[in-house]
Write a protein that binds this ligand. Structure first.
Ligand SMILES: NC(=O)C1=CN([C@@H]2O[C@H](COP(=O)(O)OP(=O)(O)OC[C@H]3O[C@@H](n4cnc5c(N)ncnc54)[C@H](O)[C@@H]3O)[C@@H](O)[C@H]2O)C=CC1
Ligand SMILES: O=C([O-])CC(=O)C(=O)O
Length: 308
């Protein structure tokens, strides 16, 4: 049974830990935060749910990295969330420093963890975590695509009045307004979405998906946590169970899609050890152009990070 550390016990981190504990898959979760006893309180509250919801996963809170020693998987959610009017990229100056510091502290106590990054701007923070950890590409990746496709699938379920269970979709690109939902790879119980939703309406749903994070920031004054937390927990589960799930994740590209030295959302096979394979879809010209545009945007933010 694995040990999982979640860094950042705020809205997303506490949700990742709580959802993961409910899956009863790992022996121990350590929730770490710099905010005094905050993580201790969150984890105690969460563990007091165990007798009610019937799981065994232990959860402890800490502000001391020694307690994270020998973690198999680390989820980094530390950092500030955006407020209305901000873009995810506006968080870079604060969060790059936090993510790099957190990663180095983790590496002092865990030799060979898998790191899943959640902090924003996601693609660049994943780049920063890999640089700070020195871990192989297969072991450092980011959570965004599961969330973004979940939003897309939820909007389609609302549109068609069908169960979200029956909607399958794929999405590429950066975790920002340039993300690339793929209607050609979207089905409802195997039926191509293009047969069920008119092109104009589908475009509106794609546009709403791209701005899905911002829609919630506007409604709540801070960013989302239920779906993001569940998405990160699903990635941990796929690794612990060695499921070989195919998920869109933010992964290092080494020539796939004609791109290098970048972390970007692509379909990967996720199981024991992390990313087992990056899948290269046969994109048409329009899809490839959107992917390229998204990559250029992420590259520009990586350059900002490199010059910090
Ligand atoms: N990748 C994605 O799809 C998503 C990413 N996010 C991002 O996740 C991050 C966290 O969001 P929330 O949980 O809503 O924020 P939050 O403010 O509720 O929690 C963040 C926590 O990080 C802690 N923290 C800050 N610096 C730290 C450090 N050096 N070491 C340990 N802990 C530290 C804070 O004390 C706070 O408790 C944000 O950057 C947000 O933009 C949020 C939702 C989705
Ligand atoms: O929108 C944000 O800032 C948080 C996030 O990445 C999301 O919910 O997609």
């Amino acid at each position: 049974m694995s040990k999982v550390t979640v860094v950042g016990a705020g809205n997303v981190g506490a949700t990742v830990a709580n959802v993961l504990a409910h899956k009863d898959l790992v022996r121990e979760i350590v929730l770490l935060d710099i905010k005094g006893d905050f993580a201790k309180g969150k984890s105690l509250d969460s563990f007091q749910q165990a007798p009610i919801d019937y799981y065994s996963t232990r959860m402890t809170g800490s502000e001391d990295y020694a307690d994270t020693a020998d973690s198999d998987i680390v989820v980094i959610t530390a950092g500030i969330p955006r407020r209305p009017g901000m873009s995810r990229d506006d968080l870079i100056s604060t969060n790059a420093n936090i993510v790099s510091t957190v990663t180095k502290s983790i590496m002092q106590y865990s030799k060979n963890p898998i790191i899943i990054v959640v902090s924003n701007p996601l693609d660049v923070m994943t780049y920063a975590a890999q640089e700070a950890s020195g871990l192989p590409d297969t072991q450092v990746f980011g959570m965004a695509g599961i969330l973004d496709t979940a939003r897309y699938r939820a909007f389609l379920a609302m549109e068609l009045e069908v169960s979200p269970k029956d909607i399958q979709a794929m999405l590429l690109g950066g975790h920002g307004d340039t993300m690339v939902p793929l209607p050609r790879y979207t089905t409802v119980a195997g039926i191509p979405i293009t047969e069920l939703v008119a092109e104009d309406r589908l475009n509106e749903i794609v546009e709403r998906t791209k701005k899905g994070g911002g829609e919630l920031v506007k409604l709540m004054g801070t960013s989302a946590w239920y779906a993001p937390g569940a998405a990160a927990a699903q990635m941990v589960a796929a690794i612990v169970r060695d499921e070989d799930r195919i998920f869109p994740c933010c992964a290092k590209l080494n020539g796939e899609y004609g791109l290098k030295d970048i972390f970007l959302g692509v379909p990967v096979k996720l199981g024991k050890g992390g990313i087992k394979q990056v899948l290269e879809l046969k994109l048409d010209e329009a899809e490839m152009a959107l992917m390229k545009e998204s990559a250029e945007h992420v590259k520009a933010v990586i350059d900002v990070y490199k010059n910090m």
